[in-house]
Each structure stands twice: as C-alpha cells, then as structure tokens.
Design a protein around this ligand. Structure first.
Ligand SMILES: Cc1cc2nc3c(=O)[nH]c(=O)nc-3n(C[C@H](O)[C@H](O)[C@H](O)COP(=O)(O)O)c2cc1C
Length: 325
C-alpha cells in the first residue's frame, strides 16, 4: 500500500503542479511577441503561456493580462527581468491581476521572494549555469528554467549546452528543473526528461506558429533555416542568438558597442517587433530552427510534443532492453 502511494506521488509532475497547466510545458517569454493573445493560446493548448513584461508600461501589462483573461480561464504567467527599473511595479500589477506564477530572469530573485511569498505567488527563475541554479534555489524559488547555449535569444556567457546543463542541475537541486534550449519536437521533450528535467520550455518552435504575432518573413526564415543559420551577437557582455541575415552577419564578432553602432548606422535595422525586414531585422532564434519546417497552430505543436514524447521514451527503453538481451 505504501509503495503504491509512493509511486502515485512520484508520478505527479511537479512542474505542471507549479504552473497550473495540463502539461509541464512552458512557453518561453519573448519581448513584444508573447503578449496576452499568444500566452492565452499556449495556456489553452495545455501549456503555460507567459506574457513578457519587458518593454511594456505598467498599464500595457495590465491590458495584456486582461486580454489573456478574456481568452482563457487557465493560468498565464508573467516574465519579469529583475534588473529592470519597473520590475517591482510589474510584479504588483501581476499580483493584482491574479497571476499565480511569476517567471523571473536577469537578476537575483532573492529581491522579490518576500513579496512573492506574502502574495502566495510561485516563482520560477531562468538560469544558464550551475551556480545560478544553486543561488536561485537558496533564494527560495519554486523551480528553475535551465537554458542551454543553443537557445534563441539571450544565452549564458559560459556557453553551456542543454545536454550538459540539465543533468548537472538536476543532480545539484531539489527543486524541479525545466529544460530550455534546443527543444522543438517530442524527441527533445523525451531527451529533456531523460536528462532529469521535469518540464520543458520552448521558444523558437513557437515562433513558427499561426498565433505568433511576428512578421511572416520571420516565420518563413525560421522554417527555411538550417542548423548553422544562427549566430551570436554581443559575445562578451550579453550574448544573444539570432538568425543570420545581412545585418547580423555584418556585425557578428564585434563587441556590443561597435555592433550597436554598426546596426544603428544601417538606419533600418531593428529588433524584429520594432521594424525592419528579412535582411535588416534582428530576429532572436535558436539552433532548433534547423528542424522546424512548417508553420503550425500552437495547439498542434504542444500536443505533438507532449503526447508523442512518452511513446518515444518507451521505444528507447524497448530498444535498449533488447540490445542488452
Ligand atoms: C524571438 C525570441 C525572442 C526572445 N525574447 C526573450 C525575452 O525577451 N526574454 C527572455 O527571457 N527570453 C527570450 N527569449 C528566449 C526564450 O524565452 C526561451 O528561453 C528560448 O527561446 C528557449 O530556447 P529555444 O529557442 O531553443 O526553444 C526569446 C527567444 C526567441 C526565439
């Protein structure tokens, strides 16, 4: 009897418990992209949608939270980069609007833990190396999102890949680890769980969806990209993985100030949500783009990833057991 209860308890996924979602699937926050509508679509599909507070005024964040509420009754989280001057204001707005999970990044989560606990909000925090994970756990966060170097957007300076980061964090921490970076299909989900993760975060794969509000040229570029079509900008200070195009290829390898100066001198080069075209927009993108061939609905992506991962894992067990005789 006791053994039965133990198995049942272990079978309950801690990440979906924290997120309040059907699947332990977290949508990666993307500045000016993952707003109320996209986050709601992910939550409706069974994942946990995340509104990126970065770049939004307090009032706009409130509007996006209300928009999400109109579209889904499922929980939607908010990502707040802690170093931003309006981080505490964003947190208060999220709490007022009934958010139950705040996803912090870029700073020390210890700064907001007391307020989070008082409000009964769960905190998940993005890390890219072991030390950050240990520190976040000590600060009291509920889970870490561990992002490997192959991910789209800002990546860790230490260049640690998902395959090495996840097992080492899973061994070092007692809180659950959500794997991020390079996960774009059910094989990635199965691999992440095999490495010790209890959930996954997905960014690049969700860009190539009908619901993602980026320009069509970005989605087309993701679907056409091969594995070598991303590069790093700002290697020294805050490295960011983006799609290779005319502008980013020209400034790759330069230090951040020089790259910014050169991008500015192009006149028409911008972060993709602020302007530009396929040659001049800066489009954050992970190496997983190489395996994305088709724009799909978010619900199709989430279902295919989460439903097929178990079958893949069973197949692996079967093959390995047969091999071992
Ligand atoms: C277009 C794009 C924009 C992103 N913007 C942000 C951002 O504003 N803040 C952030 O914390 N992460 C950002 N990311 C990273 C994602 O949240 C996520 O961690 C990452 O995409 C996961 O790796 P993957 O791209 O291999 O799935 C962005 C990623 C992409 C692809």
């Amino acid at each position: 009897m006791a053994a039965h209860i133990e198995v049942k308890e272990r079978a309950k996924n801690r990440v979906s418990g924290i997120l309040g979602s059907r699947y332990p699937f977290l949508q990666g926050p993307m500045r000016l992209i993952t707003l109320g509508e996209m986050a709601a679509a992910v939550s409706e599909a069974g994942g946990c949608g995340v509104i990126a507070a970065s770049g939004l005024s307090g009032e706009r964040l409130r509007q996006e939270l209300k928009r999400a509420r109109e579209l889904t009754t499922r929980p939607v989280a908010v990502n707040i980069p802690i170093y931003r001057p309006n981080a505490l204001e964003a947190m208060e707005i999220a709490i007022e609007e009934g958010v139950t999970v705040i996803y912090t990044s870029a700073g020390n989560p210890a700064k907001i833990m007391e307020r989070a606990r008082a409000a009964g909000v769960r905190i998940i925090h993005k890390v890219s190396n072991l030390e950050m994970g240990v520190k976040a756990q000590a600060a009291g966060v509920d889970a870490v999102v561990a992002m490997g170097f192959e991910a789209g957007g800002h990546v860790g300076r230490e260049q640690i890949t998902t395959f090495c980061l996840i097992p080492q964090l899973a061994d070092a921490l007692v809180i659950p680890v959500i794997a991020s970076g390079g996960i774009a299909d059910a094989r990635g989900v199965a691999a992440a769980f095999a490495l010790g993760a209890e959930g996954v975060e997905v960014g690049t794969r969700l860009v190539a969806t009908h619901e993602c509000p980026v320009p069509e040229f970005f989605k087309e570029a993701v679907c056409r990209a091969s594995i070598g079509d991303t590069l790093l900008l700002g290697r020294e200070a805050m490295p960011i993985r983006v799609l290779k195009n005319r502008v980013t290829a020209r400034v790759a390898g330069m230090d951040e100030t020089e790259a910014d100066r050169r991008i500015a001198s192009e006149g028409d080069a911008h972060y993709v949500q602020e302007g530009g075209d396929k040659d001049t927009a800066v489009m954050p993108c992970g190496q997983a783009a190489g395996m994305i061939k088709q724009v799909q609905h978010i619900s199709e992506v989430v279902e295919a990833m989460m439903k097929n991962a178990g079958a893949i894992a069973k197949d692996i067990v079967h093959t390995l057991e047969e091999e071992a005789g």
